[in-house]
Design a protein around this ligand. Structure first.
Ligand code: ATP
Ligand code: MG
Length: 578
Protein backbone atom coordinates (compact mmCIF):
# COMPACT_ATOMS: atom_id res chain seq x y z
CA UNK A 1 0.00 0.00 0.00
CA UNK A 2 1.38 3.38 -0.89
CA UNK A 3 -1.15 5.55 0.88
CA UNK A 4 -0.32 5.97 4.53
CA UNK A 5 -3.23 6.09 6.86
CA UNK A 6 -2.28 8.18 9.88
CA UNK A 7 -4.81 6.52 12.15
CA UNK A 8 -4.17 3.20 13.81
CA UNK A 9 -5.34 0.26 11.69
CA UNK A 10 -8.86 -0.56 12.77
CA UNK A 11 -8.54 -4.32 12.74
CA UNK A 12 -6.92 -4.44 16.15
CA UNK A 13 -8.23 -7.84 16.97
CA UNK A 14 -6.34 -9.67 14.25
CA UNK A 15 -3.55 -7.16 13.95
CA UNK A 16 -3.87 -7.40 10.20
CA UNK A 17 -5.56 -5.28 7.65
CA UNK A 18 -7.15 -6.28 4.37
CA UNK A 19 -8.71 -4.60 1.37
CA UNK A 20 -12.15 -4.36 2.99
CA UNK A 21 -10.77 -2.63 6.06
CA UNK A 22 -8.50 -0.47 3.91
CA UNK A 23 -11.52 0.81 1.99
CA UNK A 24 -13.31 1.57 5.23
CA UNK A 25 -10.20 3.30 6.57
CA UNK A 26 -10.09 5.39 3.40
CA UNK A 27 -13.76 6.34 3.81
CA UNK A 28 -13.11 7.31 7.39
CA UNK A 29 -10.06 9.34 6.44
CA UNK A 30 -12.07 11.15 3.76
CA UNK A 31 -15.07 11.61 6.04
CA UNK A 32 -17.40 9.94 3.50
CA UNK A 33 -19.77 8.62 6.14
CA UNK A 34 -18.81 11.04 8.89
CA UNK A 35 -16.73 8.26 10.40
CA UNK A 36 -19.73 5.98 10.70
CA UNK A 37 -19.45 2.25 10.00
CA UNK A 38 -22.70 0.33 9.68
CA UNK A 39 -22.76 -3.16 8.16
CA UNK A 40 -25.36 -5.91 7.91
CA UNK A 41 -25.59 -9.65 7.50
CA UNK A 42 -28.36 -10.29 4.95
CA UNK A 43 -29.34 -13.98 4.77
CA UNK A 44 -32.20 -15.24 2.67
CA UNK A 45 -34.27 -17.49 4.97
CA UNK A 46 -34.33 -20.37 2.49
CA UNK A 47 -32.11 -22.78 4.38
CA UNK A 48 -29.77 -23.17 7.34
CA UNK A 49 -26.54 -21.24 7.61
CA UNK A 50 -23.25 -22.91 6.75
CA UNK A 51 -19.58 -22.22 7.42
CA UNK A 52 -19.48 -19.86 4.41
CA UNK A 53 -22.12 -17.71 6.06
CA UNK A 54 -20.03 -17.80 9.23
CA UNK A 55 -17.26 -16.09 7.29
CA UNK A 56 -19.66 -13.34 6.27
CA UNK A 57 -21.06 -13.03 9.81
CA UNK A 58 -17.62 -12.81 11.39
CA UNK A 59 -16.60 -10.22 8.80
CA UNK A 60 -19.70 -8.02 9.09
CA UNK A 61 -20.21 -8.18 12.84
CA UNK A 62 -16.45 -8.19 13.41
CA UNK A 63 -15.91 -5.01 11.39
CA UNK A 64 -18.73 -3.27 13.23
CA UNK A 65 -17.13 -4.22 16.56
CA UNK A 66 -13.65 -3.14 15.50
CA UNK A 67 -14.78 0.26 14.26
CA UNK A 68 -17.23 0.96 17.06
CA UNK A 69 -20.06 0.69 14.53
CA UNK A 70 -23.18 -1.40 14.19
CA UNK A 71 -24.25 -4.48 12.31
CA UNK A 72 -27.85 -5.33 11.43
CA UNK A 73 -29.34 -8.73 10.92
CA UNK A 74 -31.59 -8.42 7.89
CA UNK A 75 -33.56 -11.21 6.34
CA UNK A 76 -33.71 -10.81 2.59
CA UNK A 77 -37.14 -12.36 2.40
CA UNK A 78 -38.26 -11.40 -1.09
CA UNK A 79 -38.97 -14.90 -2.38
CA UNK A 80 -41.74 -16.40 -0.20
CA UNK A 81 -41.87 -19.57 -2.28
CA UNK A 82 -38.68 -20.90 -0.74
CA UNK A 83 -38.64 -19.13 2.60
CA UNK A 84 -39.80 -20.51 5.92
CA UNK A 85 -40.11 -19.39 9.52
CA UNK A 86 -38.10 -22.45 10.59
CA UNK A 87 -35.13 -21.02 8.71
CA UNK A 88 -35.54 -17.57 10.25
CA UNK A 89 -35.42 -19.04 13.75
CA UNK A 90 -32.44 -21.26 12.99
CA UNK A 91 -30.49 -18.35 11.49
CA UNK A 92 -31.05 -16.22 14.59
CA UNK A 93 -29.95 -19.08 16.81
CA UNK A 94 -26.82 -19.66 14.75
CA UNK A 95 -25.76 -15.99 14.70
CA UNK A 96 -26.20 -15.82 18.48
CA UNK A 97 -24.30 -19.06 18.96
CA UNK A 98 -21.42 -17.62 16.97
CA UNK A 99 -21.34 -14.90 19.61
CA UNK A 100 -22.84 -11.91 17.82
CA UNK A 101 -25.64 -9.58 18.79
CA UNK A 102 -27.79 -7.49 16.47
CA UNK A 103 -29.36 -5.82 19.53
CA UNK A 104 -32.64 -4.19 18.45
CA UNK A 105 -31.64 -4.22 14.79
CA UNK A 106 -33.49 -7.24 13.44
CA UNK A 107 -34.95 -6.30 10.07
CA UNK A 108 -36.73 -7.87 7.13
CA UNK A 109 -36.62 -6.72 3.53
CA UNK A 110 -40.36 -7.33 3.63
CA UNK A 111 -40.63 -4.48 6.17
CA UNK A 112 -39.75 -2.25 3.23
CA UNK A 113 -42.23 -3.58 0.67
CA UNK A 114 -44.33 -0.42 0.88
CA UNK A 115 -41.31 1.82 0.63
CA UNK A 116 -39.90 -0.18 -2.28
CA UNK A 117 -43.24 0.08 -4.02
CA UNK A 118 -43.10 3.87 -3.68
CA UNK A 119 -39.54 3.92 -4.97
CA UNK A 120 -40.69 1.93 -8.00
CA UNK A 121 -43.48 4.43 -8.69
CA UNK A 122 -40.85 7.16 -8.52
CA UNK A 123 -38.81 5.39 -11.17
CA UNK A 124 -41.88 4.97 -13.36
CA UNK A 125 -42.62 8.65 -12.95
CA UNK A 126 -39.12 9.48 -14.11
CA UNK A 127 -39.55 7.23 -17.14
CA UNK A 128 -36.97 4.85 -15.70
CA UNK A 129 -39.22 1.79 -15.28
CA UNK A 130 -42.08 0.22 -17.22
CA UNK A 131 -44.64 -2.55 -17.14
CA UNK A 132 -43.84 -5.32 -19.59
CA UNK A 133 -46.54 -7.74 -20.77
CA UNK A 134 -44.11 -10.20 -22.32
CA UNK A 135 -43.93 -13.72 -20.94
CA UNK A 136 -40.96 -14.89 -18.92
CA UNK A 137 -39.79 -16.89 -21.95
CA UNK A 138 -40.00 -13.89 -24.26
CA UNK A 139 -38.07 -11.78 -21.80
CA UNK A 140 -35.37 -14.41 -21.57
CA UNK A 141 -35.17 -14.83 -25.34
CA UNK A 142 -34.84 -11.10 -26.02
CA UNK A 143 -32.17 -10.56 -23.39
CA UNK A 144 -29.32 -11.29 -25.80
CA UNK A 145 -26.02 -12.93 -24.91
CA UNK A 146 -22.72 -11.62 -23.61
CA UNK A 147 -21.64 -10.91 -27.21
CA UNK A 148 -25.01 -9.94 -28.64
CA UNK A 149 -27.26 -7.06 -27.64
CA UNK A 150 -30.78 -7.74 -26.42
CA UNK A 151 -33.94 -6.46 -28.09
CA UNK A 152 -36.29 -3.82 -26.75
CA UNK A 153 -39.66 -4.98 -25.50
CA UNK A 154 -42.62 -3.77 -27.57
CA UNK A 155 -44.02 -2.41 -24.27
CA UNK A 156 -40.90 -0.41 -23.43
CA UNK A 157 -42.26 2.91 -24.64
CA UNK A 158 -45.54 2.96 -22.79
CA UNK A 159 -46.50 6.34 -21.35
CA UNK A 160 -45.78 7.12 -17.73
CA UNK A 161 -49.53 7.29 -17.07
CA UNK A 162 -50.18 3.87 -18.55
CA UNK A 163 -47.26 2.36 -16.63
CA UNK A 164 -48.45 3.85 -13.36
CA UNK A 165 -51.97 2.66 -13.94
CA UNK A 166 -50.85 -0.88 -14.81
CA UNK A 167 -48.44 -1.06 -11.85
CA UNK A 168 -51.17 -0.01 -9.42
CA UNK A 169 -53.51 -2.60 -10.89
CA UNK A 170 -50.77 -5.22 -10.64
CA UNK A 171 -50.57 -4.45 -6.95
CA UNK A 172 -54.32 -4.57 -6.44
CA UNK A 173 -54.47 -8.07 -7.87
CA UNK A 174 -56.14 -7.45 -11.18
CA UNK A 175 -53.76 -9.57 -13.27
CA UNK A 176 -52.85 -13.22 -13.31
CA UNK A 177 -49.57 -14.52 -11.87
CA UNK A 178 -46.75 -14.16 -14.35
CA UNK A 179 -48.76 -12.10 -16.80
CA UNK A 180 -46.80 -8.86 -16.33
CA UNK A 181 -43.59 -7.61 -14.75
CA UNK A 182 -42.06 -4.26 -13.96
CA UNK A 183 -38.64 -3.67 -15.49
CA UNK A 184 -36.05 -0.97 -15.06
CA UNK A 185 -35.64 0.98 -18.27
CA UNK A 186 -31.89 1.02 -18.73
CA UNK A 187 -30.28 -0.30 -21.90
CA UNK A 188 -30.98 -3.55 -23.77
CA UNK A 189 -27.58 -3.25 -25.45
CA UNK A 190 -25.57 -2.79 -22.24
CA UNK A 191 -22.45 -5.01 -22.24
CA UNK A 192 -23.33 -5.95 -18.66
CA UNK A 193 -26.40 -8.17 -18.97
CA UNK A 194 -27.59 -7.13 -15.52
CA UNK A 195 -28.32 -3.70 -16.98
CA UNK A 196 -30.56 -4.99 -19.79
CA UNK A 197 -33.84 -3.83 -18.33
CA UNK A 198 -33.78 -6.12 -15.27
CA UNK A 199 -37.02 -7.22 -13.65
CA UNK A 200 -38.05 -5.37 -10.50
CA UNK A 201 -41.47 -6.91 -9.75
CA UNK A 202 -43.29 -10.15 -10.48
CA UNK A 203 -46.91 -11.06 -9.86
CA UNK A 204 -47.11 -14.05 -7.57
CA UNK A 205 -49.97 -14.99 -5.30
CA UNK A 206 -47.96 -16.51 -2.53
CA UNK A 207 -48.43 -16.30 1.21
CA UNK A 208 -45.48 -14.55 2.86
CA UNK A 209 -44.27 -15.49 6.38
CA UNK A 210 -44.04 -11.81 7.33
CA UNK A 211 -46.58 -9.92 5.22
CA UNK A 212 -49.15 -12.68 4.85
CA UNK A 213 -51.39 -12.08 1.84
CA UNK A 214 -50.96 -8.31 1.75
CA UNK A 215 -48.98 -8.48 -1.48
CA UNK A 216 -49.42 -10.32 -4.74
CA UNK A 217 -46.41 -8.62 -6.33
CA UNK A 218 -42.94 -9.25 -4.97
CA UNK A 219 -39.73 -7.30 -5.60
CA UNK A 220 -36.76 -9.15 -7.03
CA UNK A 221 -33.63 -9.53 -4.93
CA UNK A 222 -31.79 -7.11 -7.24
CA UNK A 223 -34.38 -4.42 -6.70
CA UNK A 224 -34.79 -4.98 -2.98
CA UNK A 225 -31.25 -5.50 -1.81
CA UNK A 226 -29.47 -2.21 -2.44
CA UNK A 227 -32.49 -0.16 -1.49
CA UNK A 228 -32.85 -2.09 1.78
CA UNK A 229 -29.23 -1.21 2.58
CA UNK A 230 -29.95 2.41 1.77
CA UNK A 231 -33.09 2.51 3.91
CA UNK A 232 -31.16 1.07 6.87
CA UNK A 233 -28.31 3.54 6.53
CA UNK A 234 -25.77 0.83 5.76
CA UNK A 235 -22.42 2.41 4.97
CA UNK A 236 -20.50 -0.63 3.76
CA UNK A 237 -22.50 -3.31 2.02
CA UNK A 238 -20.19 -6.30 2.06
CA UNK A 239 -21.12 -9.19 -0.21
CA UNK A 240 -19.59 -12.01 -2.22
CA UNK A 241 -17.92 -11.69 -5.62
CA UNK A 242 -20.83 -12.89 -7.72
CA UNK A 243 -22.48 -9.54 -7.01
CA UNK A 244 -19.60 -7.56 -8.45
CA UNK A 245 -21.31 -7.21 -11.81
CA UNK A 246 -24.60 -6.36 -10.13
CA UNK A 247 -22.95 -3.33 -8.54
CA UNK A 248 -23.49 -1.12 -11.63
CA UNK A 249 -27.18 -1.97 -11.43
CA UNK A 250 -27.37 -1.21 -7.71
CA UNK A 251 -25.59 2.08 -8.36
CA UNK A 252 -27.98 2.85 -11.20
CA UNK A 253 -30.95 2.33 -8.87
CA UNK A 254 -29.39 4.59 -6.23
CA UNK A 255 -28.66 7.26 -8.84
CA UNK A 256 -32.21 7.02 -10.09
CA UNK A 257 -33.43 7.60 -6.54
CA UNK A 258 -30.96 10.48 -6.01
CA UNK A 259 -29.16 8.73 -3.18
CA UNK A 260 -26.08 10.68 -2.17
CA UNK A 261 -23.38 10.37 0.47
CA UNK A 262 -23.27 10.20 3.44
CA UNK A 263 -26.20 7.82 3.16
CA UNK A 264 -25.38 5.97 0.00
CA UNK A 265 -24.02 2.49 0.70
CA UNK A 266 -20.73 1.40 -0.79
CA UNK A 267 -20.70 -2.20 -1.96
CA UNK A 268 -17.53 -4.20 -1.35
CA UNK A 269 -17.17 -7.72 -2.73
CA UNK A 270 -15.01 -10.51 -1.32
CA UNK A 271 -14.42 -14.13 -2.31
CA UNK A 272 -16.73 -16.81 -0.95
CA UNK A 273 -15.38 -19.42 1.35
CA UNK A 274 -15.15 -22.83 -0.29
CA UNK A 275 -14.14 -25.79 1.83
CA UNK A 276 -12.76 -29.02 0.44
CA UNK A 277 -14.71 -32.31 0.50
CA UNK A 278 -18.05 -30.63 1.08
CA UNK A 279 -20.58 -28.41 -0.66
CA UNK A 280 -21.71 -24.94 0.20
CA UNK A 281 -24.88 -24.45 -1.79
CA UNK A 282 -28.07 -24.20 0.22
CA UNK A 283 -30.02 -25.78 -2.61
CA UNK A 284 -27.80 -28.85 -2.59
CA UNK A 285 -27.66 -29.04 1.19
CA UNK A 286 -31.45 -29.04 1.16
CA UNK A 287 -31.38 -31.88 -1.37
CA UNK A 288 -29.10 -33.92 0.87
CA UNK A 289 -31.62 -33.46 3.67
CA UNK A 290 -34.73 -34.12 1.56
CA UNK A 291 -33.29 -37.17 -0.15
CA UNK A 292 -32.15 -38.65 3.16
CA UNK A 293 -28.42 -38.71 2.42
CA UNK A 294 -27.96 -37.14 5.84
CA UNK A 295 -30.17 -37.21 8.91
CA UNK A 296 -31.05 -33.51 8.77
CA UNK A 297 -29.64 -30.00 8.50
CA UNK A 298 -27.85 -30.62 11.78
CA UNK A 299 -26.33 -33.93 10.76
CA UNK A 300 -22.81 -33.66 12.24
CA UNK A 301 -21.31 -34.25 8.79
CA UNK A 302 -23.00 -31.19 7.32
CA UNK A 303 -21.03 -27.95 6.86
CA UNK A 304 -23.94 -26.14 8.51
CA UNK A 305 -23.47 -24.18 11.70
CA UNK A 306 -26.05 -26.33 13.49
CA UNK A 307 -24.28 -29.46 12.21
CA UNK A 308 -20.95 -28.20 13.51
CA UNK A 309 -22.55 -27.28 16.84
CA UNK A 310 -24.02 -30.76 17.18
CA UNK A 311 -20.67 -32.21 16.25
CA UNK A 312 -19.01 -30.33 19.13
CA UNK A 313 -17.33 -27.44 17.33
CA UNK A 314 -16.93 -24.36 19.48
CA UNK A 315 -17.93 -20.87 18.35
CA UNK A 316 -14.40 -19.69 19.28
CA UNK A 317 -12.84 -22.18 16.87
CA UNK A 318 -15.19 -21.20 14.05
CA UNK A 319 -14.54 -17.50 14.63
CA UNK A 320 -10.78 -17.99 14.80
CA UNK A 321 -10.89 -19.98 11.59
CA UNK A 322 -12.93 -17.31 9.80
CA UNK A 323 -10.55 -14.58 10.94
CA UNK A 324 -7.44 -16.52 10.06
CA UNK A 325 -8.46 -17.17 6.44
CA UNK A 326 -8.94 -13.44 5.89
CA UNK A 327 -10.75 -11.92 2.91
CA UNK A 328 -9.58 -11.81 -0.66
CA UNK A 329 -10.70 -10.99 -4.16
CA UNK A 330 -10.03 -14.38 -5.71
CA UNK A 331 -11.99 -17.56 -5.17
CA UNK A 332 -10.08 -20.41 -3.65
CA UNK A 333 -10.66 -23.55 -1.70
CA UNK A 334 -9.62 -23.80 1.92
CA UNK A 335 -8.48 -27.11 3.36
CA UNK A 336 -10.75 -28.43 6.07
CA UNK A 337 -7.54 -29.15 8.02
CA UNK A 338 -7.39 -25.39 8.69
CA UNK A 339 -10.73 -25.48 10.44
CA UNK A 340 -9.71 -28.58 12.37
CA UNK A 341 -6.47 -26.92 13.42
CA UNK A 342 -8.39 -24.09 15.10
CA UNK A 343 -10.75 -26.58 16.63
CA UNK A 344 -7.95 -28.61 18.21
CA UNK A 345 -6.23 -25.46 19.43
CA UNK A 346 -9.36 -24.41 21.25
CA UNK A 347 -10.44 -27.83 22.52
CA UNK A 348 -6.97 -28.76 23.70
CA UNK A 349 -7.11 -25.85 26.10
CA UNK A 350 -10.63 -26.47 27.34
CA UNK A 351 -11.74 -30.06 26.93
CA UNK A 352 -11.70 -32.26 30.07
CA UNK A 353 -9.70 -35.48 29.58
CA UNK A 354 -11.59 -38.70 30.13
CA UNK A 355 -11.11 -42.39 29.36
CA UNK A 356 -13.27 -44.25 26.89
CA UNK A 357 -12.70 -47.64 25.32
CA UNK A 358 -14.21 -47.83 21.85
CA UNK A 359 -13.43 -51.47 21.06
CA UNK A 360 -13.25 -53.19 24.44
CA UNK A 361 -11.09 -56.20 25.32
CA UNK A 362 -11.66 -57.67 28.76
CA UNK A 363 -8.69 -57.87 31.12
CA UNK A 364 -8.83 -59.79 34.41
CA UNK A 365 -6.19 -58.81 36.96
CA UNK A 366 -5.83 -62.09 38.74
CA UNK A 367 -3.90 -60.92 41.79
CA UNK A 368 -6.31 -58.04 42.46
CA UNK A 369 -8.88 -58.99 45.12
CA UNK A 370 -12.39 -59.71 43.91
CA UNK A 371 -14.94 -57.14 45.06
CA UNK A 372 -12.29 -54.53 45.90
CA UNK A 373 -12.67 -51.05 44.40
CA UNK A 374 -10.07 -48.30 44.65
CA UNK A 375 -10.51 -44.72 43.59
CA UNK A 376 -7.55 -43.41 41.65
CA UNK A 377 -7.02 -39.71 41.13
CA UNK A 378 -6.89 -38.43 37.57
CA UNK A 379 -6.15 -34.91 36.36
CA UNK A 380 -8.90 -33.35 34.26
CA UNK A 381 -6.69 -31.35 31.95
CA UNK A 382 -2.91 -31.05 32.10
CA UNK A 383 -3.20 -27.92 29.91
CA UNK A 384 -5.37 -26.19 32.47
CA UNK A 385 -4.04 -25.91 36.05
CA UNK A 386 -7.50 -24.92 37.29
CA UNK A 387 -9.25 -27.96 35.85
CA UNK A 388 -8.65 -30.06 38.98
CA UNK A 389 -8.87 -33.83 39.36
CA UNK A 390 -11.52 -36.52 39.62
CA UNK A 391 -11.66 -40.02 41.08
CA UNK A 392 -11.82 -43.07 38.85
CA UNK A 393 -12.86 -46.50 40.10
CA UNK A 394 -10.35 -49.29 39.56
CA UNK A 395 -11.16 -52.98 40.07
CA UNK A 396 -10.21 -56.54 39.14
CA UNK A 397 -11.87 -56.58 35.73
CA UNK A 398 -11.20 -53.77 33.31
CA UNK A 399 -11.48 -53.09 29.60
CA UNK A 400 -8.67 -51.91 27.41
CA UNK A 401 -8.68 -51.05 23.72
CA UNK A 402 -8.49 -54.19 21.57
CA UNK A 403 -5.85 -52.62 19.35
CA UNK A 404 -3.65 -52.04 22.41
CA UNK A 405 -2.89 -55.74 22.56
CA UNK A 406 -0.97 -57.85 20.01
CA UNK A 407 -0.32 -61.48 20.51
CA UNK A 408 2.61 -61.20 18.14
CA UNK A 409 3.77 -57.60 18.46
CA UNK A 410 5.62 -56.08 15.54
CA UNK A 411 8.72 -53.95 16.10
CA UNK A 412 7.94 -50.60 17.71
CA UNK A 413 4.66 -51.85 19.15
CA UNK A 414 5.13 -50.89 22.79
CA UNK A 415 1.71 -51.72 24.10
CA UNK A 416 0.50 -54.92 25.70
CA UNK A 417 1.66 -58.36 24.51
CA UNK A 418 2.14 -61.74 26.21
CA UNK A 419 4.72 -61.42 28.99
CA UNK A 420 4.95 -57.66 28.56
CA UNK A 421 4.39 -54.98 31.20
CA UNK A 422 2.58 -51.68 30.53
CA UNK A 423 1.23 -48.79 32.56
CA UNK A 424 -2.50 -48.25 33.02
CA UNK A 425 -2.99 -44.51 32.94
CA UNK A 426 -3.44 -43.03 36.43
CA UNK A 427 -3.48 -46.55 38.00
CA UNK A 428 -0.66 -49.13 38.03
CA UNK A 429 1.54 -51.49 36.00
CA UNK A 430 0.12 -54.73 34.65
CA UNK A 431 1.76 -57.71 32.95
CA UNK A 432 -0.03 -60.01 30.52
CA UNK A 433 0.27 -63.65 31.59
CA UNK A 434 -2.25 -65.49 29.48
CA UNK A 435 -4.41 -65.01 26.41
CA UNK A 436 -7.89 -66.53 26.38
CA UNK A 437 -9.35 -67.32 22.96
CA UNK A 438 -12.76 -68.18 21.68
CA UNK A 439 -12.86 -71.95 21.21
CA UNK A 440 -14.40 -71.72 17.74
CA UNK A 441 -13.29 -68.48 16.16
CA UNK A 442 -9.91 -68.26 17.83
CA UNK A 443 -10.49 -64.58 18.55
CA UNK A 444 -8.86 -63.16 21.65
CA UNK A 445 -11.70 -62.71 24.16
CA UNK A 446 -9.86 -62.01 27.40
CA UNK A 447 -6.43 -61.35 28.85
CA UNK A 448 -5.31 -62.68 32.24
CA UNK A 449 -2.90 -60.23 33.81
CA UNK A 450 -1.28 -59.45 37.12
CA UNK A 451 -0.55 -56.07 38.60
CA UNK A 452 2.34 -54.78 40.67
CA UNK A 453 0.85 -53.52 43.96
CA UNK A 454 3.91 -51.28 44.36
CA UNK A 455 3.14 -49.43 41.14
CA UNK A 456 0.20 -47.37 42.36
CA UNK A 457 0.15 -43.95 40.74
CA UNK A 458 2.19 -45.20 37.79
CA UNK A 459 5.70 -45.50 39.21
CA UNK A 460 7.55 -48.25 41.08
CA UNK A 461 10.10 -48.07 43.94
CA UNK A 462 12.76 -49.62 41.67
CA UNK A 463 12.08 -46.93 39.06
CA UNK A 464 11.59 -49.48 36.30
CA UNK A 465 10.29 -48.03 33.09
CA UNK A 466 7.59 -49.26 30.75
CA UNK A 467 7.14 -47.99 27.24
CA UNK A 468 3.39 -48.19 26.84
CA UNK A 469 0.61 -46.39 28.69
CA UNK A 470 -2.93 -47.57 28.06
CA UNK A 471 -6.31 -46.07 28.82
CA UNK A 472 -8.87 -48.35 30.46
CA UNK A 473 -12.19 -48.43 32.28
CA UNK A 474 -13.39 -50.58 35.18
CA UNK A 475 -15.82 -53.18 33.83
CA UNK A 476 -18.29 -52.95 36.71
CA UNK A 477 -18.35 -49.18 36.65
CA UNK A 478 -18.10 -48.33 32.98
CA UNK A 479 -21.07 -46.90 31.12
CA UNK A 480 -22.18 -48.49 27.85
CA UNK A 481 -22.19 -45.93 25.08
CA UNK A 482 -22.58 -45.55 21.36
CA UNK A 483 -19.87 -43.61 19.59
CA UNK A 484 -20.22 -42.10 16.13
CA UNK A 485 -17.11 -41.43 14.11
CA UNK A 486 -17.28 -39.04 11.18
CA UNK A 487 -15.27 -38.68 8.06
CA UNK A 488 -15.59 -36.26 5.15
CA UNK A 489 -19.04 -36.07 3.64
CA UNK A 490 -17.69 -36.42 0.10
CA UNK A 491 -14.78 -38.48 -1.12
CA UNK A 492 -13.57 -35.91 -3.65
CA UNK A 493 -12.24 -32.44 -2.90
CA UNK A 494 -14.64 -30.58 -5.12
CA UNK A 495 -17.83 -32.58 -5.63
CA UNK A 496 -19.83 -29.80 -7.33
CA UNK A 497 -17.17 -29.02 -9.96
CA UNK A 498 -16.25 -32.62 -10.53
CA UNK A 499 -19.90 -33.58 -11.04
CA UNK A 500 -20.18 -30.94 -13.72
CA UNK A 501 -16.94 -31.98 -15.40
CA UNK A 502 -17.78 -35.65 -15.42
CA UNK A 503 -21.49 -35.27 -16.06
CA UNK A 504 -22.43 -37.14 -12.90
CA UNK A 505 -24.65 -36.41 -9.94
CA UNK A 506 -22.71 -34.72 -7.15
CA UNK A 507 -24.35 -37.21 -4.79
CA UNK A 508 -22.41 -39.98 -6.50
CA UNK A 509 -19.34 -38.65 -4.70
CA UNK A 510 -20.84 -39.00 -1.23
CA UNK A 511 -18.37 -40.83 1.00
CA UNK A 512 -19.98 -44.15 2.02
CA UNK A 513 -17.69 -44.21 5.04
CA UNK A 514 -18.57 -40.77 6.34
CA UNK A 515 -20.28 -42.28 9.38
CA UNK A 516 -19.23 -45.29 11.47
CA UNK A 517 -21.28 -46.25 14.47
CA UNK A 518 -19.63 -48.12 17.33
CA UNK A 519 -22.27 -49.61 19.59
CA UNK A 520 -20.21 -51.50 22.18
CA UNK A 521 -18.14 -48.73 23.70
CA UNK A 522 -17.35 -48.46 27.40
CA UNK A 523 -16.79 -45.02 28.87
CA UNK A 524 -15.75 -43.93 32.34
CA UNK A 525 -18.58 -43.36 34.85
CA UNK A 526 -18.12 -39.57 35.02
CA UNK A 527 -19.55 -39.42 31.50
CA UNK A 528 -22.91 -40.82 32.56
CA UNK A 529 -24.35 -37.36 32.93
CA UNK A 530 -22.10 -35.52 30.53
CA UNK A 531 -23.92 -32.30 29.67
CA UNK A 532 -24.78 -31.57 26.06
CA UNK A 533 -22.61 -28.70 24.89
CA UNK A 534 -19.44 -29.97 26.57
CA UNK A 535 -16.69 -31.45 24.46
CA UNK A 536 -14.32 -33.97 26.05
CA UNK A 537 -11.02 -35.37 25.04
CA UNK A 538 -11.25 -39.16 25.04
CA UNK A 539 -7.61 -39.93 25.74
CA UNK A 540 -5.80 -41.07 22.61
CA UNK A 541 -9.00 -40.94 20.52
CA UNK A 542 -9.80 -37.30 19.96
CA UNK A 543 -12.54 -34.91 21.02
CA UNK A 544 -16.09 -36.08 21.60
CA UNK A 545 -19.38 -34.59 22.74
CA UNK A 546 -22.75 -36.03 23.75
CA UNK A 547 -25.14 -35.97 20.81
CA UNK A 548 -27.76 -33.29 21.41
CA UNK A 549 -30.54 -35.28 19.75
CA UNK A 550 -29.96 -38.93 20.49
CA UNK A 551 -28.00 -39.11 23.73
CA UNK A 552 -29.87 -39.99 26.93
CA UNK A 553 -29.04 -41.06 30.47
CA UNK A 554 -29.89 -44.67 29.63
CA UNK A 555 -28.19 -44.70 26.27
CA UNK A 556 -25.44 -42.13 25.91
CA UNK A 557 -24.31 -41.33 22.39
CA UNK A 558 -21.10 -39.46 21.63
CA UNK A 559 -20.02 -37.74 18.43
CA UNK A 560 -16.40 -37.52 17.53
CA UNK A 561 -15.78 -33.83 16.95
CA UNK A 562 -12.29 -34.27 15.55
CA UNK A 563 -9.43 -36.70 15.94
CA UNK A 564 -6.37 -35.74 17.98
CA UNK A 565 -4.05 -35.27 15.07
CA UNK A 566 -4.67 -34.80 11.43
CA UNK A 567 -4.22 -38.42 10.54
CA UNK A 568 -5.56 -37.79 7.05
CA UNK A 569 -2.91 -35.23 6.20
CA UNK A 570 -0.23 -37.64 7.41
CA UNK A 571 -1.62 -40.41 5.26
CA UNK A 572 -1.71 -38.16 2.25
CA UNK A 573 1.90 -37.16 2.83
CA UNK A 574 3.00 -40.74 2.98
CA UNK A 575 1.02 -41.42 -0.19
CA UNK A 576 -1.18 -44.02 1.48
CA UNK A 577 -4.51 -42.31 0.90
CA UNK A 578 -5.00 -42.57 -2.84
P1 ATP B 1 -28.42 -18.37 -2.18
O1 ATP B 1 -28.42 -16.88 -2.40
O2 ATP B 1 -27.97 -19.18 -3.33
O3 ATP B 1 -29.65 -18.90 -1.53
P2 ATP B 1 -26.30 -17.78 -0.36
O4 ATP B 1 -25.38 -18.79 0.20
O5 ATP B 1 -25.78 -16.65 -1.16
O6 ATP B 1 -27.30 -18.66 -1.13
P3 ATP B 1 -27.57 -15.87 1.37
O7 ATP B 1 -28.60 -16.12 2.39
O8 ATP B 1 -27.89 -14.96 0.25
O9 ATP B 1 -27.17 -17.27 0.82
O10 ATP B 1 -26.23 -15.40 2.08
C1 ATP B 1 -26.20 -14.45 3.10
C2 ATP B 1 -24.89 -13.75 3.09
O11 ATP B 1 -23.83 -14.69 3.28
C3 ATP B 1 -24.63 -13.07 1.78
O12 ATP B 1 -24.12 -11.79 2.03
C4 ATP B 1 -23.63 -13.94 1.10
O13 ATP B 1 -22.82 -13.20 0.25
C5 ATP B 1 -22.87 -14.55 2.27
N1 ATP B 1 -22.35 -15.86 1.91
C6 ATP B 1 -23.04 -16.91 1.42
N2 ATP B 1 -22.23 -17.94 1.15
C7 ATP B 1 -20.98 -17.55 1.47
C8 ATP B 1 -19.70 -18.18 1.42
N3 ATP B 1 -19.53 -19.42 0.98
N4 ATP B 1 -18.63 -17.45 1.84
C9 ATP B 1 -18.79 -16.22 2.30
N5 ATP B 1 -19.96 -15.57 2.38
C10 ATP B 1 -21.06 -16.21 1.97
MG1 MG C 1 -27.28 -15.05 -1.90
Amino acid sequence: MDKQNPSEPASRETGTTDFVRSLIDADNAAGTYDGKVHTRFPPEPNGYLHIGHAKSIVLNFGIAEEYGGKCNLRFDDTNPEKEEVEYIESIKEDVRWLGFDWEERLFFASDYFEQLYEFAERLIQKGLAYVDDQSADQIRETRGTPTEAGRNSPFRDRTIEENLDLFRRMRSGEFADGSRVVRARIDMAAPNINLRDPIMYRIRRQHHPNTGDAWCIYPTYDWAHGQSDWIEGITHSICTLEFENHRPLYDWFLDALDAAAPNRPRQIEFARLNLGYTIMSKRRLLELVREGHVSGWDDPRMPTICGMRRRGYSPEAVRNFCRSIGVSKTNSQIDIAMLEFHLREDLNRRAPRVMAVLDPLKVVIENYPEGKVEQVEADNNPEDPDAGTRLLPFSRVIYIEREDFREDPPKKFFRLAPGREVRLKHACYITCNEVVKHPVTGDVVELRCSYDPESAGGTTPDGRKVKGTLHWVSADHAVDAEVRLYDRLFSVANPADQAQREGREYTSYLNPESLSVLKQCKVEPSLREAPVGTTFQFLRHGYFCPDSRDSSLDAPVFNRTVSLRDSWAKLEQSGAAG
